[in-house]
Design a protein around this ligand. Sequence first.
Ligand code: ZN
Ligand code: ZN
Ligand code: ZN
Length: 382
Amino acid sequence: MIHFTCTCGNALFFENTLCLQCNSQVGYDLGDNTMKPVASPYVQCRNGTEFGVCNWLVQAGGPEYCTACALNHMVPDLSVAGNKDSWHKMENAKHRAIYTLARMGLTPWDKKTRPDGLTFDFLTPIPNLCVMTGHDEGVITLNLNEADDLYRERQRHNLGEPYRTLVGHFRHELGHYYWDRFFAQSQENDPLLMEYRALFGDEREDYSAALAKYYANGPVPTWSTTHITCYATAHPWEDWAETWAQYLHIVDGVETAGSFGWAGKSVPIPFTPFKAQEVLADTPGADASFLITLNDWARLSPALNEMASSLGHTTMYPFIFSVKTAQKILFIHKAVGFAAQSWAKPVPTEAPSVQGPAVQTPAVQAPAVQAPAVQTPAAAAA
Ligand SMILES: [Zn+2]
Ligand SMILES: [Zn+2]
Ligand SMILES: [Zn+2]
């Protein structure tokens, strides 16, 4: 994430709605990646004016919802105390995830516009019905409880995860969505699909059985030499989603550092970078161009971890790359490059979204949670 400058010269940040120097109301314009005053022809997204959960701008007379908010299908019942705050936290994380995708040339289409598009359901569990955060057929479901720090930290502890954040959830589930976009229609002999299977494994392996086995037995002791997280060992789809999330963390993290003038090479610690001949040894078709960014991040992240510890926070980036995980990250970069070439960026005027998202009430939520679609093999458990 870059930082921004107000028309008065003051520094602005991605979630700002007000410039504290000139008192202008400000918002983010995805069109040219700037923060600007809320003034004609720009108006706030309807989720900003009505609920204060979005600070993106839209053009007056066009769609009322911004590119990120137009993706919503079900939003929480805001008459329930606390739901608006939780939704706001979710939206902040979602907007950051969508920002990075847009910067990569992969702005998602709205499912209302295209059948292969994307949509979000923000749901809270109700008696006798649990909500699983997951992806199925372009629908990403978020359990609103994840926005509650106590709940999320308890889940992180119970599941033995070193890292659990809202933006991490969005990036992981988006990984499942983009796997479908990249590979679901591929021929069996498609070179990119074959390369995926060689690196991540064969995704045709029974998903439910694989997950049951993972939860019964846990990962193999040597998992860190081949996978970025324990959970990535559960199934090749989960390995892709976990690695995809890391890829987005790295892209965003390196962009943020760069925006503040901090480069990997400025970190004066002993460091052995991944070398192209080492990482590409058994993947000759791979694209090494991302290796510079990966090495930058591998150098920066220990410094960030120490900074977090200095201020009493937990480890900011608790992941270690192996040659194998570096190969997988490079492969994702290559797949993104292929996809971005053909990805038609949505044009806001072509996707009018004057209808607001459905509001979650027990009546509308029940079918969405009960439907077997949420629990099909394609649904992600985490
Ligand atoms: Zn200003
Ligand atoms: Zn919005
Ligand atoms: Zn998953």
